[in-house]
Structures are given as structure tokens and as C-alpha cells.
Design a protein around this ligand. Structure first.
Ligand SMILES: [Zn+2]
Length: 279
């Protein structure tokens, strides 16, 4: 996508949020781990005026007119119509993401390589893996990585009822909170198969939808060199790279990271994690 289009989309989003009087959200890059967002800005002057004392008759209308404080804090996360495909930020920044884990056979090696180069990444974990390997989520927290929600069992969400999608998401948020220490702020649909329910429920649970820019297709085990080539060929400012640390033999993904990470850093890329900003 062109940069101009992205800017236009961000502006449209921000304008929409302002009209609604809700706090807008944008993705931005931070040098370190994700931080909890600041509270929303105070309401504008117009909103203050609307909060004048109500007469009894007006008061009865208040549930319909929407006066008063927001009903829930989850209104802070907008419901998007498509996932974020890349991140905004200054300079040559890139984000590495690893899905489907954690897996004790591969994830520790990936964490070792990231630690060696002092780089933070995102891990979109599945609840059923996370609950078995809570120590790895604790390590991700200790080392400043961002953990996102990738559902509990990795189903195709487009074939599930709303109730089951919510259960898949909510249960995974809970285990992440227990093992990682914070509820996730990001969600990624398995197979990149999004639908309206996924966007709505994700927002209700306070998560932004994140897809990717460059797919390494590492799950097809194309060979370490091919994975390296795909990352280096796709490298550009704002790019989000998709790889996997579980779901099969991921030794090629582990080896590829050892090759392309120092290459990206040598080329001047700042490899980091996104931060959500409430505006
Ligand atoms: Zn996946």
C-alpha cells in the first residue's frame, strides 16, 4: 500500500474518532516493549456543555441521548474493517512476528537470537500452547517482547459462531494475562481469515487487529535460504514480517532468523515492536 493511502486512512480514522468523541487509537513504534496506553484525553468543550445538570424530564431521556460517561472502557478500541498490515514510524523500522507458539523446541532458540541482538519481537500465541508453556510467556515478558492473541485452538474464525469466536479470544486473553502479566493489546486471526465478528469482538476485548506485510511462508519449509531471501527482499520501512515458532518443524525458521536479523540490523533497520497510542 502506498504511504499516502495509509496517511489518508489514518486521518480518516482519527477524524471518525473525534466525531464520536471517543479516544482514537493508532499504531506507533516504540524502542522498547509495549506500554500501557495513557488514559483518553478529557472531553472537548462541547461535550462538557452537554453535561449540564439535566431536568427530570431530560434525565429520563438520557439513556437514549447517550449523555454521561461511556458505558465501558472498551469503547477506547475502535472497530476496524480491516487489519493493520504494517506499522507507522520514523525511519527504517520493521517488526518481526512469530505465530502459533510457544513451542519449547523452537521458541527458546528464537528468544536467544533476539536477546543476542537486543531486539524485541511480537509473539501471537495460541492459548492451548500458552497454557502448557507458561514459562516461555514469562520469559517473553522479562525480555520485553509483545504477546498477542492468536485464539485458543487456531480455528478458521469465519466458520464459527460469534459465541465460539468470543470464547476462543477471551480464554486466550485470560491465559496471556496469567502467564505474561498483562492482557494482550493485539489480535491476529488464524490463516489471516478475518470477519466482522472478529473485528468487533477483538475491539470489545481491547485488542487491535494486526496482519502482516511480508509472509515468509516458512510453514511450507521452503529452506532456510529461501526464508532469509523473502525477509531481505521484503524489507522496507514499516514492514511486518510473519514467521512461525510452532505448528510443525520450525528449525528452518530458527536458523533463518540467525541469518537475516544481523543482516537487517547491518542494513540500518531498527527492528522493534509497535506501541498503541491513545490520541
Ligand atoms: Zn497461525
Amino acid at each position: 500500500m502506498q504511504k499516502d493511502q495509509l496517511l489518508t486512512r489514518r486521518r480518516a480514522l482519527l477524524t471518525g474518532a473525534a466525531t464520536l468523541g471517543a479516544a482514537g487509537v493508532a499504531a506507533a513504534l516504540a524502542p522498547g516493549a509495549a506500554h500501557r496506553a495513557a488514559p483518553p484525553a478529557p472531553p472537548a468543550a462541547g461535550a462538557q456543555a452537554a453535561r449540564r445538570p439535566l431536568s427530570p424530564s431530560e434525565y429520563r431521556l438520557s439513556p437514549l441521548t447517550g449523555y454521561g460517561p461511556p458505558r465501558s472502557t472498551t469503547a477506547r478500541t475502535p472497530v476496524r474493517k480491516e487489519p493493520l498490515l504494517r506499522v507507522s514510524g520514523r525511519g527504517r523500522t520493521m517488526v518481526l512476528t512469530f505465530d502459533d507458539g510457544p513451542d519449547p523446541r523452537y521458541t527458546p532458540h528464537i528468544l536467544d537470537t533476539l536477546a543476542r541482538y537486543d531486539v524485541r519481537a511480537m509473539f501471537f500465541v495460541c492459548g492451548e500452547m500458552a497454557t502448557e508453556h507458561r514459562d516461555l510467556l514469562a520469559r517473553m515478558a522479562d525480555e520485553g517482547h509483545v504477546v498477542g492473541n492468536h485464539t485458543w485452538t487456531h480455528p478458521l474464525l469465519t466458520r464459527l459462531s460469534r459465541r465460539r469466536i468470543r470464547a476462543e479470544m477471551e480464554r486466550t486473553c485470560d491465559i496471556i494475562e496469567k502467564a505474561y502479566g498483562e492482557r494482550p493489546e493485539w489480535f491476529r486471526a488464524p490463516y489471516g481469515a478475518w470477519n466482522r465478528a472478529a473485528f468487533q469482538l477483538g475491539a470489545e476485548l481491547g485488542m487491535e487487529p494486526m496482519a502482516w506485510t511480508v509472509d515468509t511462508l516458512d510453514w511450507t519449509t521452503p529452506g532456510t535460504d529461501t526464508i532469509v531471501e523473502r525477509v531481505e527482499h521484503g524489507a522496507a520501512p514499516g514492514v511486518v514480517v510473519l514467521s512461525h515458532d510452532a505448528g510443525g518443524d520450525r528449525s528452518q525458521s530458527v536458523r533463518a532468523l540467525r541469518d537475516y536479523l544481523p543482516e537487517l540490523l547491518d542494513s540500518g533497520y531498527h527492528v522493534t515492536v509497535p506501541r498503541r497510542q491513545y490520541l
